[in-house]
Design a protein around this ligand. Sequence first.
Ligand SMILES: Nc1ccn([C@@H]2O[C@H](COP(=O)(O)OP(=O)(O)OP(=O)(O)O)[C@@H](O)[C@H]2O)c(=O)n1
Ligand SMILES: C[C@](O)(CO)[C@H](O)COP(=O)(O)O
Length: 248
Amino acid sequence: MSEQTRTGRTAVVIPAAGRGVRLGPGAPKALRALNGTPMLIHAVRAMAASRAVALVVVVAPPDGAPEVKNLLDAHALPERTDYLVVPGGDTRQESVRLGLDVLPETIGTVLVHDAARPLVPVETVDAVIAAVLDGAPAVVPALPLADTVKEVEPREKGAPEPVLATPERARLRAVQTPQGFDRDTLVRAHETVAVGGEGATDDAGMVERLGAPVVVVPGHEEAFKVTRPIDLVLAEAVLARRRANDGF
Ligand SMILES: Nc1ccn([C@@H]2O[C@H](COP(=O)(O)OP(=O)(O)OP(=O)(O)O)[C@@H](O)[C@H]2O)c(=O)n1
Ligand SMILES: C[C@](O)(CO)[C@H](O)COP(=O)(O)O
């Protein structure tokens, strides 16, 4: 990776093509409303809040790219940031790759951010970008765990599962997005690992498989992923608190 490329512009790929099965029936998850505004728009605004972000690539549900383009056009977004919309794929990994495929040559740093993490504060986004620009090829925001974690032998749903091990909690982190990368490293990871791809639940995990170093910076409790119905309740509560505190 040349220093010149590393110091190129920064883009964010937002995979937003998931159905949101765990959230329950309804529109694709990224298009569901939080405080009256689609989750995706919150996520795009969270990324565009960083002055370092020059381009946001939204990876839309496969049949929903025109609708997503209209949504972005209809909402006030910073003028300094460009937007692209591309249709997504069958898996998160495939959707990210489709977003990477349309990045212009001038982009040296890439963030990948779940549309399902709409409330990440700009300080976290900037910390990830700063660590990449400082030379780390891959950076993830993460938090220590509150629960003890067990490794188990998986069984059918509801059946008791034998415990195999209890990893030392102090050494574990719950990983969030945006995850930040030197562009060439991330593209190489997707070209190399995506062929098989099993078990890669985040982009940094794919970079680890290349043998490249990944570092953790502090995450934020408001960067949680909206996955299940209870997360919508929490997200609405966070937005209500922001409105009360900041007039947001
Ligand atoms: N084929 C897919 C699947 C997921 N995603 C995106 O990846 C992010 C993280 O995925 P997740 O939270 O699991 O979303 P869903 O796949 O929609 O959720 P579920 O697994 O409950 O269906 C989301 O922003 C989702 O839109 C995507 O772009 N393309
Ligand atoms: C990328 C991620 O958000 C990091 O925690 C997570 O792995 C996505 O998992 P999902 O099952 O695709 O939501």
